[in-house]
Design a protein around this ligand. Structure first.
Ligand SMILES: Cc1cc2nc3c(=O)[nH]c(=O)nc-3n(C[C@H](O)[C@H](O)[C@H](O)COP(=O)(O)O)c2cc1C
Length: 180
């Protein structure tokens, strides 16, 4: 079975979480982790499971303006930009996405660790868009947290890998489904 983890990332934190989720999925799925700019329709069409995550910007998914603000801030604060950071955002990617009704989907995001009523959550908008694309079984892996310097909090990558391991452990196995 194939899984694709699609991420958007300005500073690399969401990519780290995407890779950790991918590691956790690999016990069951042949897993590819791709930046949103490389997540072509062909890559998705072959997937039994699609996980999609991005950074929370302005309480939700990024926009071209918030990605520019993030790139400007990187210059001022000497932050390293992810190799994929000058590409497409998830919002635009979803606008052009085909319907994809056959697979399970997982939404996740990164954000500051305050109550989500204060920070917003990109994952909520990602889950809604996945449902609109036709995924009937959309799971929420939740938020993974960065500090105000845009560094992932300790243990977050491990928490993401553990979430994915628990998720695959609880999935109905194909052979169980085929048992009369
Ligand atoms: C322009 C901009 C807007 C942001 N808005 C929010 C926000 O509304 N809520 C929040 O929790 N974090 C916000 N953040 C922090 C981001 O969530 C954080 O930079 C991101 O999770 C880091 O992920 P990345 O390294 O993959 O880009 C914002 C960051 C930027 C650059």
């Amino acid at each position: 079975m194939q899984a694709v983890v699609v991420y958007e990332s300005m500073y690399g934190n969401t990519r780290t979480i995407a890779e950790a989720l991918g590691d956790g999925l690999r016990s069951v799925f042949d897993t590819t982790v791709v930046p949103v700019g490389d997540a072509s329709k062909e890559v998705l069409a072959a997937a039994d499971l699609v996980a999609v995550g991005g950074p929370t910007h302005g309480h939700s998914l990024s926009r071209a303006s918030t990605r520019k603000a993030a790139a400007d801030a990187a210059r001022v604060k000497a932050l390293r930009l992810d190799a994929s950071s000058d590409g497409l955002g998830l919002r635009e990617w979803f606008d052009a996405a085909d319907r994809h009704p056959q697979a399970i989907a997982v939404a996740f995001d990164t954000r500051l660790r305050l109550h989500s009523s204060v920070t917003g959550r990109a994952g909520r908008g990602i889950a809604r868009r996945l449902r609109r694309c036709g995924f009937s079984d959309v799971r929420d892996a939740g938020s993974f947290f960065v500090d105000r310097n845009n560094e992932l909090l300790p243990g977050e990558a491990e928490r993401a890998a553990a979430w994915a391991r628990d998720f695959v452990r609880d999935l109905p196995r194909t052979e169980e489904k085929e048992t009369p």
